[in-house]
Design a binder for this molecule. Structure first.
Ligand SMILES: Cc1cc2nc3c(=O)[nH]c(=O)nc-3n(C[C@H](O)[C@H](O)[C@H](O)COP(=O)(O)O)c2cc1C
Length: 186
């Protein structure tokens, strides 16, 4: 037997993007976004509401960063998802994050979040609130590299569980992608 739940916005697990942007005066903002993912090889897609300060910033400035929420930064990562820069001018100061301008785009990088995509807006679809961005560069703190590659175990990445409204730690390796399935192809 299976139980039907009807239409629910449930996918498991959802990535937790922290989107960084500057306003016209160079004031940094960040928001939490879980309705997001990869588009093409060099492109990401996010569903972000037009009223958010972040959306207005990106439309004005075109550039933004995407970092990934971590267990160490869970409280600040959730905070930027429940308070808007439209209402609180001290939003970023309250996170305790260290703000630096990203090297390749005009958008803030938050040093406490170890992995960041530097992106440039391609299009914003106002009807569906889809924001498409090209990835210009990926920068990763050297402290979370293993064999010169970003190491999820060292980053403590968290995922969003939409069903229960929880953050969950991203777990251990359990198999090899593009390889395990060949076992059935003998
Ligand atoms: C776990 C979580 C996921 C969220 N995902 C999204 C999302 O995908 N799209 C969106 O528009 N808002 C999302 N939000 C809400 C925004 O992060 C929130 O409204 C934020 O205050 C906007 O900040 P800003 O106005 O400073 O840009 C999410 C919030 C949380 C806590």
């Amino acid at each position: 037997m299976r139980k039907n739940f009807g239409m629910q916005p449930w996918t498991f697990p959802q990535v937790v993007f922290i989107i960084g942007s500057y306003d016209e005066n160079g004031v940094p903002d960040a928001m939490n976004a879980a309705w997001c993912g990869m588009g093409c090889d060099d492109e990401i897609v996010m569903c972000i509401s037009a009223g958010h300060k972040t959306t207005k910033n990106i439309l004005a400035n075109k550039d933004f960063t995407v970092s990934f929420a971590t267990k160490d930064q869970l409280v600040a990562s959730d905070f930027v998802g429940v308070v808007s820069g439209n209402d609180d001018p001290d939003k970023i100061a309250k996170t305790g994050w260290t703000v630096e301008k990203a090297e390749n785009v005009n958008a803030p990088l938050f040093k406490e979040l170890p992995m960041t995509l530097e992106c440039r807006m391609r299009e914003y679809d106002e009807q569906y609130a889809y924001m498409y961005g090209k990835i210009v560069n990926v920068s990763v703190d050297e402290s979370v590299l293993t064999d010169d590659k970003p190491d999820p175990d060292k980053m403590g990445l968290i995922a969003f569980d939409q069903v229960h409204g929880k953050y969950r730690i991203v777990g251990e390796v359990v198999g090899n992608a593009f390889e395990a399935g060949f076992e059935l192809n003998k």
